[in-house]
Write a protein that binds this ligand. Structure first.
Ligand code: FAD
Length: 106
């Protein structure tokens, strides 16, 4: 089985990549489905305390599904909420496309 940290790393990789490749101009249906996805994800994420806190956080801060940019920033903020809770450094959300879509410039 995956432990909590491996599960978390893999899941964040999936979620940030999904947000990075969300359309720039989603249809109403795509936007609604993405909201539904996060609700269901939060209900079934297989780490109980993680899922509970994440569900509370997205109730207070619902998904922003206007564009890939908006969704990626929103998700970066949600990940930072978890980082703060775990005493990890906050990620600079202006760099989210560099990290998860375009690759770091070198
Ligand atoms: P991770 O936090 O897994 O991050 C992976 C990579 O993402 C980093 O190396 C960095 O390059 C990048 N990154 C970091 N922050 C951001 C950001 N804000 N935006 C974009 N990219 C970023 N663990 C617990 O112990 N308790 C919990 O309650 C808990 N809740 C979780 C809730 C969810 C929804 C998820 C998906 C995971 C949760 N985890 C929780 C796991 C935890 O967040 C980490 O995944 C785990 O501790 C491994 O951390 P890591 O240091 O390897 O990096």
């Amino acid at each position: 089985p995956l432990d909590k940290d491996d599960l978390g790393r893999s899941t964040w990789g999936f979620l940030h990549t999904m947000a990075a490749y969300f359309p720039d101009k989603p249809t109403i249906e795509q936007a609604q489905n993405m909201c539904d996805f996060f609700q269901i994800f939060a209900e079934h994420y297989p780490c109980e305390p993680c899922a509970k806190d994440f569900a509370e956080d997205i109730t207070k801060n619902p998904p922003k599904t206007k564009s890939s940019q908006a969704l990626s920033q929103w998700l970066c903020e949600r990940h930072n909420t978890v980082n703060i809770k775990l005493g990890k450094p906050e990620f600079d959300c202006s760099k989210v496309f560099e990290r998860w879509r375009d690759g770091w410039a070198d």
